[in-house]
Ligand binder design. Structure first.
Ligand code: ADP
Length: 368
């Protein structure tokens, strides 16, 4: 029987790791949090200050080595977060003021990186992301999905995955499900442990998932963005080399106003908006087949036209879409030929055609 790995053993091991530039170890500096142990796989977070960024990789390796040396440990995943002091800026655009983006190379873990965004939570962004990713994979594209929704990661539930990713050569190995490579902060931190992420921590965790994950040679990476249009979303859009963004909206006017915010955010960082998906667009009565426009369908379509954007399609409000998501077998994987799955497949085809065209002609340059 393998030795039990306790949090105390991990803490004991980490006591030997020095904080760079300080005369103390990482525990005394209170830099370690979110320790998770699952079947020999250990994960935790180390918070560093921006001045320690230069020594970050060495610190991460030291911590990993120390914990790896514990009898019974199979893998160690360390998430580094940097807490940046608020930057005071008189510029009305926070674009240059947030995150660690300025001056660094753009992160491009796939031939095409596509962000799926929404103005607010609960509109079906994650459901759309996973089903589009599955539809891309069904086209024969090597596809990854990154759940960057750090506040409420849903990929573990959507894919029915509860194992922890292993790490190899300082890189996290994505999990695989239904032919997709998948990574989520939800694989790393305990679901029950409430995690309070400050803006800069969000960014650094997401950045690590783009940079420090051993994504295979992907054709396309779908990023399920955090909902909303705040600094974290803005910085993420700047740091990743996005081929484009898809905006998910419900037909309600309020949500459309929110979608517009998302649109403006991408415009500001010159990311082409590939189009709008209207989710929960209509309701098909399961007993009589009658279609009801409970929210007044067409709002997103009209809005897309008004804004000169492609309307990518409408997805019905349907029990099977919700039930398959909750069961960890999204509808495109579970029932590919069903009309609802085919609605996602059509949207994915439109997107692929658009992306390939863009690659041939070069990215669209949007001037403000
Ligand atoms: P978000 O990522 O925008 O917060 P989710 O994708 O998690 O939203 O969806 C919120 C809830 O709505 C989930 O329970 C999901 O299963 C459900 N849902 C999403 N889209 C549909 C749909 N088209 N039909 C039925 N339920 C849906």
């Amino acid at each position: 029987m393998s030795a039990q790995i306790t949090e105390q053993k991990i803490l004991n091991a980490l006591k030997s790791v020095q904080m760079p530039g300080q005369n103390s170890d990482i525990l005394t500096s209170e830099a370690v949090s979110n320790i998770v142990v699952k079947d020999g796989n250990v994960g935790f977070t180390i918070e560093i200050s921006p001045e320690q960024a230069g020594a970050a990789n060495a610190l991460k390796a030291d911590a990993e080595n120390a914990v790896n040396a514990i009898n019974g440990v199979l893998s160690v995943s360390v998430i580094l977060t940097a807490h940046k002091p608020a930057v005071s800026s008189t510029s009305q655009a926070p674009v240059e003021a947030v995150g660690e983006g300025a001056g660094e190379d753009l992160l491009k873990p796939a031939r095409h990186v596509v962000a799926v965004a929404s103005g607010k939570g609960g509109v079906g962004k994650s459901t759309t992301s996973i089903n589009l990713a599955l539809a891309f994979a069904a086209q024969g594209l090597k596809t990854g999905i990154l759940d960057a929704d750090i506040y409420g990661p849903s990929l573990p539930r959507l894919l029915g995955l509860s194992e922890k990713p292993r790490s190899e050569n300082n890189k996290l190995l994505p999990l695989s499900a239904f032919g997709l490579e998948a990574m989520s902060i939800g694989f790393l931190v305990d679901e029950d442990a409430p995690t309070i992420w400050r803006g800069p921590m969000v960014m650094s965790a997401v950045q690590q998932m783009l940079r420090d994950v051993a994504w295979g040679d992907l054709d396309i990476l779908v990023i399920d963005m955090p909902p909303g249009t705040g600094d974290a979303q803005l910085t993420l859009s700047q740091r990743a080399d996005l081929a484009g963004a898809v905006i998910v909206s419900t037909p309600q006017d309020l949500a459309l106003i929110d979608a517009r915010k998302g649109l403006n955010m991408f415009r500001r960082v010159n990311v082409p908006v590939l189009g709008i998906v209207e989710n929960m667009s209509y309701f098909v009565c399961p007993s009589c087949g009658e279609i009801s426009d409970i929210f007044g369908t067409g709002g997103a379509k009209a809005e897309a036209e008004r804004l000169g954007l492609p309307f990518l399609g409408g997805i019905p409000l349907d029990m099977e879409i919700r039930a398959t998501s909750d069961a960890g077998t999204p509808i495109v994987a579970e029932n590919f030929s069903s009309p609802h799955a085919q609605a996602y497949v059509k949207i994915a085809e439109t997107l692929t055609a658009q992306l390939e065209k863009e690659t041939r002609t070069g990215p669209a340059i949007i001037m403000d």
